[in-house]
Design a protein around this ligand. Sequence first.
Ligand SMILES: [Zn+2]
Length: 212
Amino acid sequence: MPETATATFPLRVVDGRRLEKRVRDALDPGGTLSDADGRARQLPRYFYEIPTWEDAVGTQLAPNFHLWELVQSDVREASPLRAFPRYVPCAVTLLAFALERFRDHVGTTVHVAANGGYRSPRHALTHGASTHCWATAANIYRIGDAYLDTPDVIDRYAAIARDALPGVWIRPHGGGPGQVDDHLHIDVGYVVSTPREAPGEPFHPKLEWGAL
Ligand SMILES: [Zn+2]
């Protein structure tokens, strides 16, 4: 029964538009950001609520990934979002699936950098529609004993990621704008997740038709 399956996941789904104003302003649920080509990308509206850091540490998203690894941030995150409860877009579970599959292919530990998982639209490192704001991107700085800080190593693992994850996007390496030289950025695009138990407005078919 699906109800039983979802009941085992410990985090509550919340509608970001119903959070207190200062949190809502920082998360900008359902808002839009411009991508690098000037296209509007709609931000997530539904979030998992993380009551405490212990919950982030204790919540397993995949056999080798826990929630804390994907929500680590520092003072560069907006101050209303540095206190608990904290919020992460629901697509973070899908990112964990992707990272787990990548880990299977590399056969060793995959380390995500601080500020390298979810970042809010108000995070200091956010410029435009970064997929980090969707919780669908990860900056991987180390795999096993290898640090991803040379073109050879980054290229090697980028090839594995492309093979393991059809449709994945990898930021090109280099020192220029939009390029990276000290980690592997992988993302699965602007995925918005609406879990089955997510709240929402009642559906009014007549109003929908009237709006056409
Ligand atoms: Zn990144």
